[in-house]
Design a protein around this ligand. Structure first.
Ligand SMILES: Nc1nc2c([nH]c(=O)n2[C@@H]2O[C@H](COP(=O)(O)OP(=O)(O)OP(=O)(O)O)[C@@H](O)[C@H]2O)c(=O)[nH]1
Ligand SMILES: [Mg+2]
Length: 133
């Protein structure tokens, strides 16, 4: 059966060459892995609105602007996703695990040492390549 592709807004939050990441809970899809915070784009939303809502809910920040870094379509065995990855360029507040999830700021150069969902490999590569330019 053809799976419906889920549209996901994903935020890359950078400060001093570090990126804010959260641990997905065991009961979520791809649970127990690290993620860039974000979530599903609802039917009536655009990507920026979804990102703004999700980053407020999940990490307690108010975002003012973002730019698209890349889009990734990935088919997991049980789910097809389209990740809309945005670099958050302006925000207010201190990022933290607002839903009680573990979180950390990790140096861009160390990002590849964390376990992410398979779709994220290209994001990590892009961020590390940009740093070396
Ligand atoms: N937030 C986020 N989701 C990701 C990443 N990489 C990745 O494959 N995904 C996938 O994107 C999908 C949707 O993300 P999500 O689970 O955060 O959605 P949500 O916040 O609306 O969650 P909910 O359904 O638990 O309420 C999941 O299937 C997840 O596995 C990532 O870096 N960040
Ligand atoms: Mg989420």
């Amino acid at each position: 059966m053809e799976k419906k592709r889920v549209e996901v807004a994903v935020g890359v939050i950078e400060k001093n060459q570090k990126i804010f990441v959260c641990l997905r809970s065991k009961d979520q899809h791809q649970g127990g892995l690290w993620e860039f915070p974000g979530g599903k784009v609802e039917a009536e939303e655009d990507v920026f609105s979804a990102l703004k809502r999700e980053l407020k809910e999940e990490i307690g920040i108010d975002i003012h602007s973002s730019t698209e870094l890349m889009r990734i379509e990935h088919d997991y065995p049980d789910k097809a996703v389209c990740l809309h990855i945005h670099i958050v360029t302006e925000f207010a507040g201190e990022a933290h695990g607002a839903e009680g999830q573990p979180s950390q700021w990790v140096a861009i150069s160390n990002l590849h040492e964390l376990d992410f969902p398979a779709a994220n490999k290209a994001i990590v590569e892009r961020l590390q390549a940009a740093q070396k330019e």
